[in-house]
Design a binder for this molecule. Structure first.
Ligand code: NDP
Length: 289
């Protein structure tokens, strides 16, 4: 058996082209306009610069007006908060994204919690997290786990009644991922760095989401035959090449479906950011999907 590769790039382009149609509809409304996304980058972190460039390009493909704010690395927390508040009050801005990580003089939580929750398209605000946890239909879903759910669906897998294992428990990936799988009626286990006998846990998984940030840590012997394996990890291997948390060479012959790195979760994360921005604009302009 060889796992079917889940093409995140193709799925993402589908979502973006639907977003473009939605943006066209919004711009044709009386008093309508294109959705606006503000992206704030503080400092020159090279990975962050690449992410911001990719997000800007996705905006261009999707009919979203992107407003980029590049601030120097010495920016103070007060200056950043002042900018966020200004964008909160700007009626042409539907989404505000503060690219993480931030320089050490700035507390990321203070900044994220300043974002108007109705513009929190990254889904990192505690009100968005609370809405997800309680099943309240407001707020925004964090983009990476939301993209993973679309990929599981695209693999033809309905999580209901299945064993799902999420490796990683961060606030931006592992925790919201486990809630989204639970919402779809999977039986969910969250594994982390203190979990004992990780391979015994992962081998139970019909759906395995690897989000630990450890290059190629999930090997074929840790995977149940036929499982749907989604690789969130973005790491560099010993040769400096981009790789996931899944060792594709040993897992591909065992899994039923597998998302590759690159070309898997990465593009889907950006597509879900666009999707959230459209949703925000539709809410603001009073137009349902
Ligand atoms: P964090 O470092 O915040 O969290 C990593 C989690 O993995 C922690 O909960 C940690 O456990 C757990 N973990 C670490 N090592 C092990 C181990 N050996 N066994 C089991 N669990 C382990 O990372 P993020 O959640 O932010 O990101 C995870 C990965 O996903 C990274 O590679 C990141 O680059 C990537 N990523 C990719 C995105 C994309 O768009 N493709 C978006 C976001 C992230 P503990 O809590 O006990 O420390």
């Amino acid at each position: 058996m060889t796992a079917r590769l889940i093409d995140g790039k193709a799925l993402a382009r589908d979502i973006e082209s639907r977003a473009k149609e939605r943006s066209d509809r919004l711009s044709e409304l009386p008093n309508g306009r294109r959705p606006g996304l503000a992206v704030i980058l503080v400092g020159e972190d090279s990975a962050s610069c690449v992410y911001v460039r990719n997000k800007t390009r996705a905006c261009e493909r999707s009919g979203v007006t992107s407003h980029e704010f590049r601030l120097p690395a010495e920016t103070t927390e007060a200056e950043l908060i002042a900018l966020v508040k200004k964008l909160n009050a700007d009626p042409t801005i539907d989404g505000i994204l503060v690219q993480l990580p931030l320089p050490k003089q700035i507390n990321p939580e203070t900044v994220i919690f300043t974002i108007d929750p109705s513009k929190d398209v990254d889904g990192f605000h505690m009100l968005s997290a609370g809405a997800l946890l309680t099943g309240y239909p407001a707020g925004f879903r964090p983009c990476t786990p939301a993209g993973v759910m679309k990929m599981i669906e695209a693999a033809g897998c309905n999580p209901e009644g299945l064993e799902a294992v999420v490796v990683g428990r961060s606030n931006i990936v592992g925790k919201p991922q486990s809630i989204m799988l639970l919402e779809k009626n999977a039986t969910v286990t969250i594994a982390h760095s203190r979990s004992k006998n990780l391979a015994d846990i992962t081998r139970r998984a019909d759906i395995l989401v690897a989000a630990a940030g450890r290059a190629k840590m999930i090997t074929g012997d840790m995977v149940k035959p036929g499982a749907v394996v989604i690789d969130v990890g973005m790491n560099r291997d010993e040769n400096g090449k981009l790789c996931g948390d899944v060792d594709q060479a040993s897992v591909e012959p065992v899994a039923g479906a597998l998302s590759p790195v690159p070309g898997g979760v990465g593009p889907m994360t950006i597509a879900m950011l666009i999707d959230n921005t459209l949703l925000s604009a539709e809410r603001r302009l009073g137009s349902a999907r």
